[in-house]
Ligand binder design. Structure first.
Ligand code: IMP
Length: 197
């Protein structure tokens, strides 16, 4: 069966594809469907955005569709940037600008007070727009400077105390063993397995 991964982010698509490798689903991405309109991520919660990102392309393509929405929640910033993580440094900003803004906002905050968590909501939509969601969460701390070259987004500034490394210092396989996205996907695997073929 074909499953549409509703993301234009190649890194994310690679992570998800690796996690779904054993399912033998035939994966497509939005790059295979250039006529599908871009989804406006204007939800007030990660779940609202994940549902929109899955349902709109599912209805447009007639395919089972999987989408995720992720937010970085920083304790010292009262949970920000949260649902606004993608545009934290302003509309159209890149990953490096977001990391710089985060480090600037936490200037002077000592390591024990730099607690943060990534939260991912995955949504699986049927071709007629019914949807199920699952969640995954990874706790860590915001580093004081970016370290590491792997991954994407906030990975270079997300430090894992148990590993002694940032997410950007982990290999793809290591990140997929523990990440927020991996946990959310593992939780939705039984639902995927139940899709009538
Ligand atoms: P979205 O889920 O693509 O909307 O992601 C929201 C923001 O979080 C974007 O700035 C992403 O780069 C960032 N982000 C999403 N997933 C990850 C991740 O696994 N590691 C680091 N940053 C991420």
């Amino acid at each position: 069966m074909k499953l549409l991964l509703a993301t234009g982010n190649d890194h994310k698509a690679r992570e998800i594809a690796a996690l779904l490798a054993r399912t033998r689903l035939e994966l497509a991405t939005l790059k295979d469907f250039p006529a599908v309109p871009a989804v406006v991520e204007d939800g007030r919660t990660l779940m609202e955005n994940a549902v929109k990102k899955a349902v709109e392309p599912a209805l447009a393509t007639g395919l089972w569709t999987l989408a995720d929405d992720t937010g970085l929640e920083v304790e010292a910033l009262d949970g920000r940037p949260g649902v606004y993580s993608a545009r934290y440094a302003g509309p159209g900003c890149d990953f490096a600008a977001n990391c710089r803004k985060l480090l600037a906002d936490l200037e002077g905050v000592p390591p024990p007070a730099r607690k943060a968590a990534f939260r991912t909501v995955v949504a699986l939509a049927s071709p007629d727009g019914r949807v199920q969601c699952r969640e995954g969460r990874l706790e860590g701390r915001i580093a004081t400077a970016p370290v590491g070259k792997n991954g994407f987004g906030y990975d270079p500034v997300f430090y894992l105390p148990d590993e002694g490394r940032t997410l950007a210092q982990l290999s793809d396989e290591e990140k997929n063993d523990l990440s927020h996205r991996a946990l959310a996907l593992k939780a939705i695997l039984p639902v995927l397995a139940d899709i009538p073929r």
